[in-house]
Write a protein that binds this ligand. Structure first.
Ligand code: SAH
Ligand code: SF4
Length: 410
């Protein structure tokens, strides 16, 4: 099957009705309950009322999904005005929304400058599947790491995202997908968990989440808070290239599922593909995985393995992979390489990927091959790159040609 390249027409900013977030105000989104209580003090709320107000605000923000204080019907007008004067709860600007012909959606969000910086843009992707929908969230603008097969890796790190910016990717996607209740009525029905379109989140967008540990932790603790956004921690996966010192903390302090971008089973090759391996080689990485808090056969680590033609796709590699992971409760996720203009890598042939998967399956590992999604809108893994270095039209055409030549078939 040849993938049809039908770039959807991006919706314009005006059509999306985005209300840009004011840069000068602090956002209440992303604050812990204690921080929010302190913030309410700044807005003049007496101490004895703060806990109750925090509870109210938490519900409005994370259950009802309001993005304007005026929609908080049970908060007095005076307090709403005081909150509005000091704080914001607005979403980022939606610069672009693209919908792939397979239903995948990609948003380009713009966040206001922090301090003396400039506005930044990042991408977030929604992938609908049978029985579930996954939102792929970014943690940084660009990346300091330079994995040789990753498009984001060619872009310098601009800055870390804040907890607010990580959470508003989820909240804005929920707005656009209708996962929040109708906000214009005080009693708009709450969308039950089983009716929501976003059921899972993965920290697999732009950036290395464990190089932005504190903000990612804050955001994920709020995303999984049972009185708010209520995503189960088992439905949140954090993917790391292998920042060993933060792996234990991820399980201990955040408690979400872990994915490791493995991609190679020998140090010499992994040094080239995932250069952080020079700092934290395979043995240290696998030891950290064995010690991951909560690890069991019911809670396995996912090992991601990008299939690169004639680089890491032989049966000898598959054998070494099985040997390396011996005794670690693991799932292996084979990712067909997604090409981008300027890359020297090619995706392995389909037959090779299937043979590799069969070998691993026979060794007792679940090894799904990740179907590339949203390739026509450049939404697949490793293709995200922010607007600061937006793809030129000539590059898009080059990519289109590469995909038609065969890489886009899967
Ligand atoms: N920085 C984190 C998370 C973001 S990348 C990490 O590296 O784990 C999410 C996944 O996409 C990683 O497994 C990454 O190695 C993979 N990836 C990157 N570029 C890719 C490409 N061009 N094709 C397929 N997968 C890619
Ligand atoms: Fe950064 Fe992950 Fe891409 Fe490596 S694969 S460059 S860690 S985003």
């Amino acid at each position: 099957m040849t993938l049809s390249i039908d770039f959807s027409i991006p919706e314009t900013r005006a059509a999306l009705g985005a209300r840009a977030r004011a840069p000068e105000k602090l956002s209440l989104i992303g604050m812990s309950r204690d921080e929010m209580a302190d913030a309410l003090g700044v807005a003049g709320v007496p101490e004895r009322q703060r806990r109750m107000r925090v509870q109210q605000l938490w519900h409005w923000l994370y259950v009802r999904g309001v993005s304007d204080f005026s929609q908080m019907f049970n908060v007095s007008k005076d307090l709403r005005a005081a909150l509005d004067q000091h704080f914001t709860i607005a979403r980022p600007e939606i610069v672009e929304e693209q919908i792939s012909n397979d239903g995948t959606r990609k948003w380009l969000f713009r966040f206001p400058p922090r301090g003396a910086g400039r506005p930044v843009e990042i991408e977030t992707v929604y992938i609908p599947e049978e029985g579930r929908g996954t939102l792929c969230i970014s943690s940084q603008v660009g990346c300091t790491l330079t994995c040789s097969f990753c498009h984001t890796g060619t872009q310098k790190l601009v800055r870390n995202l804040t907890a607010e910016e990580i959470l508003t990717q989820l909240m804005t996607a929920r707005d656009r997908l209708g996962d929040f209740p109708d906000r214009d009525t005080p009693d708009g029905a709450i969308v039950p968990a089983e009716g929501r379109r976003i059921t899972n989140i993965v920290m697999m967008g732009m950036g290395e989440p464990l190089y932005n540990f504190e903000e990612v932790k804050k955001a994920l603790l709020i995303a999984s808070d049972g009185d708010g956004l209520s995503l189960s921690k088992r439905r949140i996966t954090l993917s790391t290239s292998g920042v060993v010192p933060e792996i234990f903390r991820t399980g201990d302090e955040i408690g979400v599922m872990l994915a490791i971008s493995l991609h190679a089973v020998r140090d010499d090759l992994r040094d080239m593909l995932v250069p952080i391996n020079k700092k934290y080689p395979l043995k240290e990485l696998i030891d950290a995985c064995r010690n991951y808090p909560g690890l069991s056969n019911a809670r396995r680590i996912t090992f991601e393995y990008v299939m690169l033609k004639d680089v890491n796709d032989s049966i000898a590699d598959a054998k070494d992979l099985v040997r390396l992971l011996k005794g670690v409760p693991a799932k292996i996720n084979l990712i067909p390489f997604n090409p981008w203009p300027g890359t020297n890598y090619q995706c392995s042939d389909w037959e090779t990927i299937e043979k590799f998967a069969d070998y691993i399956n026979q060794a007792g590992y679940a090894s799904p091959i990740r179907t590339p999604r949203g390739r026509d809108i450049l939404a697949a893994c490793g293709q995200l790159k922010s607007d600061s270095e937006r793809m030129r039209k000539t590059d898009r055409l080059a990519l289109e040609a590469m995909m038609i030549a065969g890489h886009g078939e899967a």
